[in-house]
Design a protein around this ligand. Structure first.
Ligand code: IFM
Length: 476
């Protein structure tokens, strides 16, 4: 990365956001007509999450949203990204909507707007209604059609007051952790199904984008949030370069290929031909997926280091995506994953802000002219309150400083980055890891549900208020 831009000052309209998702924070899973999603089923299945923890209660945001929005305002946030629980607004995944579910999100949005915070809605953050999974889930085409119907329902209800829309969050996780390695709901371990799921998620994105556009004011922006990996080869050996290319296709090209360019990479189709014949890609699908977008969301945590399998490696687990003997990388059994050297967060993910710079610059080139948002970035640490009740998290401040500096550098290098959403607003249910991994800028005492801003939240507030990154020591 080139010399840092100093002082690290952002354009005046830059959005200073934080992000969450429905199942991770809402709780109230049996209230007001909500039915189970695949994450309710999965988390209630013995052995699937750490300590058998579930999102049943989570951080009770469903009942505490007013206080949570007041806290966001106090912390100087100018934007908030949250997701809609599909099974709260359309319980069976098909048919009419439930008004109480829609009312919750309408009230939340109104509260945000009243506090001058820009809402950004994600339609799908991994919580498929269980009935749709019972009917075959994402490997089945019908799920994409159902998603378009759901998108229209939510677009109708909120399109007059929400300008920023994201169809899917990290479809890679839905497809490959959900149907490949099985560490996420619904916990299936079928490589062919994971590729079918990827295609139908792409189709859902395309059909959902069209459905939103058909029902919403033209000023609204539609995007997708990809957890595009920064894949690096262990060496410049041609075999390692080929391995990196293979993983790049499976992590990135499988989504941005059809979404941004209207085609799956030929190299992906060839490398996976022993797993699937792609015959479920029907005429017209690629055009339906390749909708012009208004923005692109990038989620980044850590880079991925790979080699051809002959090198000694840490195995598929070293890809940072949880322990499973099933790989989330179909057709890539001969690729090895390595720990990137350097300091790590509590997730075991190496801290490397250069990856965020590289990712932004890549997508600046991949999608010229498309505004970019960092829709997730952050770190888990083992935060604990001091005896005085304050929560000091200097490691998170350093992480944020490093990554925001990388964003600023990318802007200086010509990238059109319009905003940053810290993951996460507050500690919450970290999927298969349960509540043990704390990503929040706000500490949550799970016994009392009390919220305490960590020092990183106070540091971030200064950044948001001044538009300039304070020194890492500005908040003790
Ligand atoms: O908590 C998750 C989030 O739901 C999606 N992106 C990664 C985060 C940290 O693992």
């Amino acid at each position: 990365m080139p010399e840092p831009v100093t002082p690290v000052t952002f354009p005046p309209a830059f959005l200073w956001g934080a992000a969450t998702s429905a199942y991770q924070i809402e709780g109230a899973v049996r209230e007001d007509g909500r039915t189970p999603s695949i994450w309710d089923t999965f988390s209630h299945t013995p052995g699937k999450t750490a300590g058998g923890e579930t999102g049943d209660i989570a951080v009770e945001h469903y009942h505490r949203y007013r206080d949570d929005v007041a806290l966001m305002a106090e912390l100087g946030l100018t934007a908030y990204r949250f997701s809609i629980s599909w099974s709260r607004v359309q319980p069976t995944g098909r048919g009419p909507a439930v008004q109480r579910g829609l009312d919750f999100y309408r009230n939340l949005v109104d509260e945000l707007l009243a506090h001058g915070i820009k809402p950004a809605v994600t339609l799908y953050h991994w919580d498929l209604p269980q009935e749709l999974e019972d009917a075959g889930g994402w490997p089945e085409r019908d799920t994409a059609l159902r998603f378009a119907e759901y998108a229209q329902i939510v677009g109708d209800a909120l399109g007059d007051r929400v300008e920023q829309w994201i169809t899917l969050n990290e479809p890679w996780c839905s497809a490959f952790l959900g149907y490949g390695s099985g560490v996420h709901a619904p916990g299936r371990t079928d490589p062919a199904a994971s590729l079918r799921a990827a295609h139908h998620l792409n189709l859902a994105h395309g059909l959902g984008t069209s459905a939103l556009r058909a029902t919403m004011p033209a000023r609204n922006s539609v995007a997708v949030s990809l957890n595009s990996s920064v894949v690096r080869p262990l060496s410049q050996d041609p075999a390692d370069l080929a391995a990196a290319r293979r993983i790049d296709d499976l992590a990135n090209g499988v989504f941005h290929g059809p979404m941004l360019h209207g085609a799956y990479p030929e190299t992906l189709l060839t490398a996976t031909s022993s797993v699937t014949d792609w015959s479920y890609v029907l005429d017209g699908d690629l055009a339906a997926i390749n909708q012009p977008l208004d923005a692109l969301g990038l989620n980044y945590y850590t880079p991925t280091l790979v080699s051809a399998a002959a090198a000694s490696a840490d195995g598929p687990r070293a890809d940072g995506h949880g322990a499973s003997s099933f790989s989330p990388w179909p057709g890539a059994d001969d690729v090895a994953f390595h720990q990137t050297p350097g300091e790590r967060t509590e997730m075991g993910w190496t801290i490397d802000p250069t990856g965020l710079h590289d990712l932004i610059m890549r997508y600046s080139g991949e999608a010229p002219g498309l505004p970019l948002y960092v829709t997730e970035n952050g770190a888990a640490y083992d935060d604990k309150p001091d005896p005085d009740g304050r929560v000091h998290d200097p490691e998170r401040i350093a992480y944020l400083h490093g990554h925001l500096s990388a964003v600023r550098q990318a802007i200086a290098d010509g990238a059109d980055v319009r905003g940053y959403y810290l993951w996460s607003l507050m500690d919450n249910f970290e999927w298969a890891y349960g509540y043990g991994k704390r990503f929040g800028a706000v500490y949550v005492d799970y016994a009392t549900q009390a919220r305490t801003p960590k020092s990183s939240a106070l540091w971030y507030r200064q950044a948001a208020r001044t538009g300039t990154l304070p020194p890492v020591t500005a908040v003790e």
